[in-house]
Design a protein around this ligand. Structure first.
Ligand SMILES: [Zn+2]
Ligand SMILES: [Zn+2]
Length: 148
């Protein structure tokens, strides 16, 4: 790539050990939080999703993926175990763990999905939108995806 490593409109992130690096271009400066039980088991708390217009990833040899359901794949670093991304298979869309990107530390929460599955200790304060499991599944259905 000829572009500057971290010009305006792109942020860089990496896993705990640094083997995997991710560049996210034109990130949406908001974090979507998933409170579902699967995400909690996967990452230890809620999933913090950051997405952008496009991305570049280095360190492919260090990445493992896990097919967590009919519609999703989750990736992690083979060396340090950091969760990396969630890929929605019907669209191929990916979101990345906000925690990988220091530049995202001040991004506000856009909304929570599966909010009613939150553990007592993962509940978040604030006035953002909270979709229940039923509302989250209904929204996906409206968009043409059956997560049932
Ligand atoms: Zn790593
Ligand atoms: Zn989830």
């Amino acid at each position: 790539m000829a572009e500057a490593a971290s010009g305006p409109g792109e942020i860089n992130g990496h896993c705990l050990c640094g083997a995997v690096e991710i560049t996210l271009r034109n990130p949406k400066p908001q974090v979507e939080v998933c409170q579902c039980a699967m995400c909690r088991r996967w990452g230890g708390a809620f999933y913090s999703a950051l997405s952008g217009e496009s991305f570049a990833i280095t360190g492919d040899d260090s990445i493992s993926t896990y097919r967590s359901s009919d519609w999703a794949e989750r990736a992690f670093c083979k060396h340090c175990g950091s969760s990396l991304w969630y890929k929605f298979l019907p669209t191929g869309n990916r979101s990345f763990l906000a925690g990988l990107f220091s530049a995202a530390d001040n991004y506000p929460v856009e909304r929570e999905i599966f909010a009613d599955e939150a553990a007592a200790w993962t509940e978040l304060p604030g006035e953002h939108a909270r979709l229940s499991s039923a509302e989250t599944i209904a929204e996906a259905k409206d968009a043409g995806y059956d997560l049932g």
